[in-house]
Design a protein around this ligand. Structure first.
Ligand code: COI
Length: 347
């Protein structure tokens, strides 16, 4: 794929979408400076081309970068729906604050995402074929050598049509428990910081080689409690019917699918949901269903979990399937939006 070209990019084969990058028409770029007034310039929509950045930009050495991920979807009757963009706007600010970066105003985030989706409308897959994944990023582009917080920042947003994150569409994933944290205690775990993801890759790749789809990190303090996979929150349905998910703390990302699933489980499925520490032993002994949630992962059942030498197999997903169906019905416009999660993009 040539990312340097200004020729109109080709549409993908809608029947072969995966979670991979397709070049689209338009990106959004905006420059921020703590010392100017206003701090952010008005921003610009541009063709999807390489951008210019100093080789000494802080992001390259010190990784000062956060991002978001959200989806727009085409309905059967041709409307374009955005799912919970206000929550991504909030989390963008939360992440920026965690890394002492310049916040991008929530209203501007929502306006820019909405306009980006509109301008890339031809890349939104037909109903039922996939979604347009929007990736807003915010990073320090100030050139500097020493380790310091930065005063100059950039927001870049792009979008790509995507299909499922895992190629085996409906099968549950195989996870390997890692007796280590995903992030440092007291660190950036509640932020969607680029470095959190970079730090998880080495071990995940090792486990891929061993045939696992992903890893389940334990907490970084005691290595006793489940936290997250490399890209999702986790939920366990206990044999007594209660749904448990790790409580938000310094090692858990406030997932938007996570909070949606909690609400659906309580209000639509009538389940009791507990947000609390989830011991690995409890998962091995008391859990009938284990599943993961995330924007890219959606709701993904875990079929098998390996902890040390012990392999635990879980029941065929039932609650996970119901939650996925409820969520997807709202996202795709098939079910009424009773929680006010949807915004329609005017074309
Ligand atoms: C998402 O689910 O949107 C994420 O950003 C996770 C990433 C690993 C794809």
């Amino acid at each position: 794929m040539a990312l340097m070209t200004t020729d109109a990019p080709a549409l993908p084969d809608w029947d072969k979408l995966s979670f991979s990058l397709t070049q689209t028409d338009t990106i959004f770029e905006c420059f921020g400076d703590l010392d100017s007034d206003p701090q952010w310039d008005e921003g610009a929509f541009k063709p999807f081309e390489n951008v210019s950045i100093s080789p000494a930009a802080t992001i390259f050495s010190y990784g000062l970068s956060i991002f978001e991920g959200l989806k727009a979807e085409r309905t059967e009757d041709g409307k374009i729906l955005l799912f919970r963009v206000d929550r991504n706007a909030w989390r963008f600010g939360h992440s920026a604050t965690q890394l002492r970066m310049l916040n991008f105003p929530e209203k501007r985030f929502i306006t820019a995402v909405t306009e980006l989706v509109r301008r890339n409308e031809r890349f939104i897959p037909p109903a039922g074929k996939g979604t347009l994944y929007v990736r807003p990023t915010l990073f320090a582009d100030e050139p500097q050598l020493g380790l310091r917080t930065a005063r100059r920042y950039r927001v870049l947003m792009y979008a790509s049509p995507v299909g499922a994150y895992f190629s085996s569409a409906d099968a549950g994933v195989r996870l390997r428990v890692l007796e280590q944290g995903r992030v440092a205690p007291g660190g950036t775990g509640s932020a969607k910081a680029a470095g959190n993801y970079a730090g998880s890759l080495n071990r995940r790749e090792q486990m891929h080689v061993e045939g696992f789809d992903d890893v389940l990190f334990l907490d970084a303090r005691d290595a006793q409690f489940a936290t997250e996979t490399t890209g999702s929150n986790v939920f366990a349905k206990l044999k007594n019917g209660i749904l448990v998910t790790p409580k938000l703390n310094d090692q858990i990302l406030p997932g938007i699918t996570r909070e949606s699933v909690i609400q659906l489980a309580k209000e639509q499925l009538g389940l009791t949901v507990e947000e609390r520490p989830l011991r690995i032993e409890e998962i091995l002994g008391d859990v009938s269903e284990l599943f993961c949630t995330g924007t890219a992962w959606t709701v993904r059942p875990v079929r098998e979990l390996q902890y040390r030498d012990e392999i635990t197999k879980f029941d065929a997903p039932d609650v996970a399937v119901q939650l996925l169906q409820s969520l997807r019905a709202i996202q795709s416009g098939e079910a009424p939006d009773r929680f006010e999660w949807i915004r329609e993009v005017a074309l």
